[in-house]
Design a binder for this molecule. Structure first.
Ligand SMILES: C[S@@+](CC[C@H](N)C(=O)[O-])C[C@H]1O[C@@H](n2cnc3c(N)ncnc32)[C@H](O)[C@@H]1O
Length: 966
């Protein structure tokens, strides 16, 4: 017996020690199964450390000399090892079941990892709770005849107070800690093996069956005898007064063998563990199987049913445009081949820490500032995998081009990509103060039955899209634009635009309702064109793919490399045309198309297509982009700009965005809810659709309207980042002033008197001396802007050396709360006029932070509270230079050297030509003016502050930090 224990101890400590090291320090990511394995290893190692005491006990003739507490520790360790092992193996089997049998429902690794940790804690808690009698009772027993003290060899009847307690104790051990987990484990493995038999390759099946066997073996040999004897002993003891306790004790030794077998389970259950183990054992010669496993592990979890082996020569990754990856080329199911194909690209390009640049032309981009004008993580990943160094600057261009103006879907995709890329190319020098060399834009659309499907707005929309795709072939187009930027003498930037598109055909299998909803509920469809992601779970819906797979993911890499080749190797057929943009020059719009060098003739192969958002059959074959190139689109947009603004204002005021429901509302329903005519409502809703505020969809033969994502985030009045109040302010306060713009320009005065019937002395005093609801309306408007822009301002600089701040004219405190959130050591005093401070409680319930306090006063007349940092957010633009000097000199006197001044405004460019938002706002302003960074610096420097940093945020407000000189 002791010999067995010695062997078990040695194997246990070596095997589990090594496993622990690999699992803790060499296995990433820490998937749920890895967490469970770490748990199992902890219990096994505890067992390995306890075994020498058991050996010593046996060698001393079953005489326990280490006292009763150590006896408890040893006994509990034995049981904890057994029951935690049982529960953990069950957890592993359930986790594999979820990954293989129900993959869609459980796809987010981070959530699962958290659950795995909670599950482990829960297991320990249950086991320790059930074993509590063994923890509290003295388990040693002195046998005078032999003069020995046994440890847990004789169980005292008085350990538990009654027979009922004994029954509960033993039954809890048998049913809760053994039988139920055993049944769950068997069920899970049977289902897993069934699924793998249907779908997987032989390697994977073999491994799953081997794993199932080894787990069964552990259950049957190590745990079952012991637990069955426990039950038998309980029954014989209760009903026949016979004891099987010694047999039970003997069988306990079998259970400790499991602690040696667990490392084999890890080897079979985890690819990453297997790979690391093989590397350790110098089996470094990784096969393609290992390579694919390696990158697959990196992508997510090891348990997916899609972990196929794919080493066939004819299955080499090829990125050719016309290379067909279809279901008929091999007997492997397409899903596995797609997933493996993708995986192998990842494996090939990521084999070294420093990624390789595979395509020769990529090296031509070395040293250039390459920018990807897209927020898509998939495009970013594809480009990152090439080894290309680039920056990501998501475009602000709204994808609201009128699809009816394009003859084909790919023209629409290319134009959208172009607008995205050009917007970034033009914004970067202004906002980021960097001139990019190359900007890449891309847009992917899915077309089926003549409809363009973009990203679904909600689950219902995803359902409509996916059921449209079910059982059919559809096309995926990605339009790509490469903008080459050259700065020329005189500040003129020339943009050379190269565009192309790629089409891939994808066939979906017939999708059952259950499958559709399971996929939709996985959350994956929401941010993807067409409502699916082929590289992830959506791959399971696909029967075949014809063309470039990466094009479906979002970026046709191979075609991109070819185009780069043409550009950099000077191919004459390079389809480029030039656009130039002067930095400070009046023009019809930001850019003027001046010449077109050459452009591939577009051969439309689809005679018509319709817009899924509008569902009408919009067919405008004559209105092509090429025949419209001289048309002043930007001018027409300006002409209609006021109509668009007023549509937004009116829809907001009538509460259109608030009444919308996720399932969509018909015109009649909206009309009733907003208390308006059906005719007028229909016009308003259609106009809102046309400017991208609402979606219009046909679902179950009804036309319904729904909020776009943007409307949901910023226009619904109670959303956290709502601009609703500011929109109402624009409608009620700014719009009337703009009605009198002509007079304002002629007279050079503001038009308050004409617009509101009262000559203003001081706009703020004026607002506040009116009714409370005016104050509230104004405060609400300020609050909403501060909520949207506050975080970017608060985090623009390192403010860790400041302890106290005063937000001068801080209004509701919204900005101050963003500062305290961003800087844990900072307290902020909000200083504003008494009328504002009085009303601040209306904004308090949402924001509770004792580090924000409020002081009432007039910053021109009263003392401003002392602080290390003064915040002036949207204050100075309201006032003339004289008043600004008055306020700054006051602050300067309060400030000691080193004191900070944080200014937040929209900063004009040095030529005072942009951003137009600031310049348009200036038209309605009272006595103030918009200024550039240099103009603000010059004003503030006069009061002994030096500028330290300027931050152009991508938000509504920019920021500058100044420090008081010594
Ligand atoms: C345009 S708002 C800016 C609010 C806030 N700083 C923000 O960025 O959200 C101007 C603020 O200055 C306050 N204000 C105007 N004149 C003031 C004065 N003389 N003394 C104190 N506060 C004043 C107004 O009440 C208002 O809250």
């Amino acid at each position: 017996m002791s010999a067995i224990y010695v062997i078990v101890t040695l194997v246990n400590v070596c095997g589990n020690g090594l496993s622990m090291w690999l699992l803790l320090f060499r296995t990433y990511p820490k998937t749920p199964s890895i967490i469970f394995m770490i748990n199992l290893t902890i219990t096994d190692l505890a067992m390995g450390l306890a075994l020498p005491f058991q050996i010593m006990y046996q060698l001393q003739g079953y005489n326990w000399t280490l006292g009763s507490s150590m006896c408890n520790v040893l006994t509990v360790t034995f049981f904890v090892n057994m029951y935690c092992s049982i529960l953990t193996m069950t957890a592993i089997s359930v986790e594999r079941y979820m990954g293989i049998v129900k993959p869609m429902r459980f796809k987010r690794a981070n959530v699962k990892t958290r659950y795995a940790i909670i599950a482990c804690i829960f297991m320990w808690a249950i086991v320790l709770a059930v074993l509590s009698p063994l923890e509290k009772t003295d388990l040693t027993f002195y046998v005078p005849e032999l003069n020995i003290t046994t440890c847990f060899d004789i169980l005292k009847k008085d350990m538990l107070p009654s027979l009922a307690h004994w029954t509960a104790f033993l039954f809890a051990m048998f049913f809760v800690l053994f039988l139920c987990p055993f049944i769950i484990t068997v069920y899970s493995y049977i289902r897993i093996i069934c699924v793998l038999i249907k779908n997987s390759n032989s390697n994977q099946k073999e491994r799953a069956v081997r794993l199932a066997f080894i787990v069964m073996f552990v259950f049957i040999v190590c745990f079952a005898p012991n637990n069955i004897l426990l039950l038998a002993h309980t029954i014989t003891k209760l009903y026949y007064k016979k004891s099987l306790y010694m047999y039970y004790k003997l069988s306990l030794s079998l259970s400790c063998i499991n602690s040696c077998l667990d490392p084999f389970i890890y080897y079979l259950a985890s690819k990453d563990f297997r790979r690391k183990m093989r590397q350790m054992l110098k089996l470094q010669n990784l096969s393609m199987v290992d390579m694919s496993e390696m990158s697959e592990c990196r992508r997510e979890s090891f348990h997916s049913a899609r972990t196929g082996s794919i080493g066939k020569a004819d299955d080499k990754p090829s990125i050719s445009r016309h290379h067909a990856v279809n279901a008929h080329a091999s007997d492997t199911p397409p899903l596995f081949r797609l997933s493996s194909w993708w995986t192998r690209i990842g494996a090939v390009v990521q084999t070294s820490e420093d990624k390789m640049v595979l395509h020769p032309v990529m090296s031509k981009l070395h040293g250039k500032l390459v920018v990807l004008a897209s927020a898509s993580p998939r495009r970013r990943e594809i480009l990152t995998n090439t080894g290309l160094r680039f920056e990501v600057v998501p475009s602000w261009f709204k994808e609201t081009l009128d699809k009816a103006l394009f003859k084909t879907p790919y023209e629409y995709a290319v134009e959208t990509a172009k607008q995205k890329a050009l917007e970034v190319a033009q914004r970067m020098p202004l906002k980021h103060l960097k001139n990019p060399d190359i900007v890449i834009g891309a847009d992917t659309v899915v077309t089926v039955d003549g409809l363009i499907l973009e990203k679904p707005v909600d689950k219902q929309d995803a359902y409509c899209m996916l059921s449209r795709l079910s059982g059919k072939e559809h096309s995926v187009y990605t339009g790509v634009v490469i903008v080459l930027c050259h700065e020329r003498e005189g500040g003129e930037t020339e943009y050379k635009v190269v565009d192309f598109y790629e089409e891939t055909k994808v066939k979906f299998a017939e999708l059952s309702e259950e499958m559709l909803w399971e996929y939709i509920n996985s959350g994956e469809p929401m941010d993807k064109a067409g409502g699916y992601g082929i590289q992830a779970l959506g791959g399971m819906l696909v029967e075949y793919v014809q063309g470039d797979f990466l094009n479906v993911v979002g970026f046709p890499l191979n075609h991109f490399c070819k185009e780069l080749g043409r550009i950099y190797n000077g191919s004459p057929e390079s389809p480029a045309y030039k656009i130039k943009c002067k930095k400070s020059q009046e023009s019809d719009g930001p850019c003027t198309s001046v010449s077109r060098l050459s452009k591939e003739a577009v051969q439309p192969d689809i005679s018509s297509f319709t817009n899924s958002d509008s569902v009408h059959n919009v067919v405008e074959p004559e209105a092509t982009k090429s025949s419209n190139e001289g048309f002043p689109h930007s001018l027409v947009e300006l002409l209609d700009g006021f109509k668009a603004s007023k549509t937004l204002f009116t829809a907001s005021k009538l509460g259109v965005f608030d009444v919308m429901s996720d399932s969509g509302l018909t015109v009649d329903e909206v009309a009733i809810q907003i208390n308006a005519s059906v005719l007028g409502t229909e016009k308003l809703l259609d106009a809102a659709v046309s400017i991208g505020l609402l979606h219009k969809l046909k679902c179950e033969d009804k036309l319904v309207y729904r909020n776009t994502e943007q409307a949901r985030q910023f226009l619904v009045s109670d959303s956290p980042l709502s601009l609703h109040a500011y929109i109402l302010h624009c409608n009620d306060m700014i719009w009337p002033l703009f009605n009198h713009l002509e007079s304002a320009v002629r007279e050079g005065t503001n038009q308050h008197e004409r617009a509101f019937g009262k000559k203003p002395e001081n706009v703020f005093q004026d607002i506040y001396f009116k009714k409370d609801d005016m104050v509230m309306r104004f405060m609400n408007a300020m609050h909403s802007i501060a909520k949207v822009s506050g975080r970017d301002v608060a985090t623009a600089f390192d403010l860790s050396r400041f302890r106290t701040a005063c937000d001068v004219g801080g209004c509701t405190g919204a900005m101050a709360y963003e500062f305290t959130k961003a800087h844990p050591d900072l307290s902020v005093i909000v200083f504003d006029l008494p009328a504002v401070i009085e009303m601040r409680s209306h904004f308090q319930p949402l924001e509770q932070d004792s580090r924000v306090s409020f002081v009432a006063g007039d910053f021109f007349k009263d003392d401003i509270p002392k602080a290390d940092l003064y915040i002036l957010a949207r204050i100075l633009h309201d006032w003339s230079d004289d008043k600004v000097h008055g306020l700054l000199s006051k602050l300067s006197k309060t400030c000691t050297p080193g004191c900070g001044l944080l200014l937040s405004e929209i900063l004009l460019d040095e030529e005072r030509t942009r951003p137009s938002r600031a310049l348009l706002q200036a038209l309605s302003m009272t006595e103030g003016s918009q200024r550039s960074a240099t103009e603000y610096s010059n004003l503030i420097r006069k009061h002994g502050f030096s500028p330290v940093h300027t931050r152009y945020t991508d938000n509504l407000l920019d920021a500058m930090l100044f420090v008081k000189d010594d």
